[in-house]
Design a protein around this ligand. Sequence first.
Ligand code: ATP
Ligand code: MG
Length: 645
Amino acid sequence: MTTTPDELVFAPSPEFTAQANVGAGEHARAAADPEAFWAEQARRLQWDEPFHTVFDGSTLPTAQWFTGGRLNVAVNCVDRHVAAGRGDKVALHWEGEPGDSRTITYAQLQDEVCRLANALEELGVGHGDRVVLYLPVLPETIVATMACARIGAVVSLVFGGFSAEALRFRVEDTGAKLLICTDGQFRRGTAVAVKGAADAAVEGLSHVEHVLVLRRTGEQTPDVPWTPGRDVWWHELVDRQPVEHTAPSFDAENPLFIIYTSGTTGRPKGLVHTSGGYLTHTSWSHWAVFDVKDDDVYWCQADLAWVTAHSYEMYGPLSNGVTQVIYEGSPLTPHPGRHFEVIEKYGVTIYYTAPTLVRTFMKHGPELPARFDLSSLRLLGSVGEAINPEAWLWLHRNVGGGRCPIVDTWWQSETGAAVVAPLPGVTPLKPGSGTVPLPGLSATVVDEAGNETAPGETGVIVITKPWPGMARTVWRDHARFVKSYWEPYAAQGYYLAGDAATKDADGYIWIGGRIDDVLNVSGHRLSSIELESALVSHPRVAEAAVVGAPDDTTGQRIVAFVITRGEGTDGDLAEELRAHVAHQIGPVAKPRDVVVVPDLPKTRSGKIMRRLMADLTAGRGGGDVTSLQDETALAAVETAWAQYV
Ligand code: ATP
Ligand code: MG
């Protein structure tokens, strides 16, 4: 079986290479002495006390990095730039969904962070206490994240679109002392009240002492439900605080935040990240992979609650003193070209997006981006799922004007920051592959026995050496941390990421989806992503999800759920797609069933939830749906399936 066609190679342009932050020798230099490499990257940060040991593996699988060192993450992300005379530089260009906007400099950000830090202390929140944020993409969300870091409180951001039930699980699991929320949120053009959901989430939880409420939608929700004594208005408490606040310094291993995984494969896990190692990995990789410069206008379009945003919309870019755009709303509100409009408005130079969104843009055709001036762009990024080569090429051509490198970054909540990703200007790109491990990171593809697989053979991706940004534990469930990630390759000391992958003859890594989503058809192992990419490369298919259904003869049979696009021919779609996939991959990969659906079930972060469709085809039910974006999508797939069988 061949992997995704790897003959398409985009070599870096000499112009990009000439100005790139990182040069060609970096992989080799880091490999020669990884600890020295990471120590050098750690010194990009401001330490109040220097570390005496770079790496301490005595407590593996929980490694310690930069032992002895003390720092304040918020000072590194904010104050440091002001102290260096760059306080007037714009930190955030915030664009609200209804079209309101604000511009905030680093000096202003510092004032706001200090005010909130004082306010949190007044509420009795201190070092080690947990604070949950249930907020949309607002400057205050970043202010709150930084204020927590400043006082040593452990922050956990929960997506503002989550239900009261999903929020409650996270508030309860963290044992939070404080919840910060808004009165309401804008969702696809309408103001929706959310304080009621926040109330329901904290009801009866005695560890929650206060709910701090930020006014966002205001006039639309005049009757905010209120519990006197517990509830506090942000503007009443925070606005009267002084802008002076002395930042303490914390141990390098001080917990910084708890992030719950997207829940693509099951119940979310609360990963704990610490300070020195996480910030080192995040800050350096942001600088190296996104090639950020002083005059860049950088935009990561993720919601702040996702790990993508933690590393590459908060801690990474702020620690590098970058000017960012952040956008509150839905990418399709009020029109599908909204993102391109924002890129044009702010002259965005670096745009970090997700495959799901690219496929959505593709449904609208190249005319959509063509209506906007996107000439400011110089680099594009992708994260969240494997990007189908077809989507990569579309993005490259129609958004990047053929001139922008695309950095496809493979990483997870658990890894803290990017692991497999190109260095733009250095690494030749292959559409659909995250390319090779970054300098200082050791990842490879192995079989069940832990041996490296032959080129093109499906295995699993493992990280073979500890790295600074690695999660240290699952909050209050260390046993799950050890069992999920470390036990399977305990003999080798490898970290099991949970994704299937292949390596090609050039050593490029191709992610093939989750291990559980690998299909076994008559003894052939096929990756869901590879099959989906073949389907998406057909002109009549906009999106596809492939799962294996139980089959008496072949073990599994391939079921393809597809969203169609364009006019297409009148021919039999299923037959056309079978022929197309047979041509692209091989006859064994032909989907037995092709089910046309209007939508696919996805997580709130836009990832396809294949397990729900696999459950459906196997006649199982009852999978965890707390992370599901839109229940109507699942219902529509259920209906289409019922009609099909
Ligand atoms: P859960 O662990 O609860 O199932 P999740 O894995 O979706 O949720 P995240 O940590 O947000 O939660 O996502 C990491 C996963 O996303 C990776 O393991 C991988 O499957 C996928 N992923 C992210 N970026 C890429 C990429 N560039 N290429 C391929 N897959 C990617
Ligand atoms: Mg995961």
